[in-house]
Design a binder for this molecule. Sequence first.
Ligand code: 5GP
Ligand code: ZN
Length: 114
Amino acid sequence: MPEDCLFCRIVAGEVPADVVHESGTAVAFRDANPQAPVHVLVVPRRHEPDLATLTRADADAASGVLRAIADVAEAEGVAGGYRIVLNTGASAGQSVFHVHAHVLGGRDLAWPPG
Ligand code: 5GP
Ligand code: ZN
């Protein structure tokens, strides 16, 4: 685990977070700066920088993230309408380089995104 990775430290319980869901492969916690009434981050326990590296390195972990997204959406009451965002690369707004899916819901979401 990279010692300087914030999300590894949240997964390890070293940094507090409002955890809403856990599985053997993924952890979900509320975003500290929510952009919607429901804004949960789903991360694999395994450290990989983005979805491509995760999927190639560990397909079970990648599918575990997808399963956790579905479980979080249901538990948060937004399964009928929500958005998944994976900012990938600094130019797309990624600021934490441990792959994470934003699960956004609870309000109308405009399209196209900015
Ligand atoms: P990115 O910009 O990489 O797609 O998303 C990173 C997200 O992590 C941001 O939405 C930001 O609000 C969130 N974040 C940054 N630091 C923390 C933290 O310490 N705790 C939590 N729960 N979320 C954080
Ligand atoms: Zn990490």
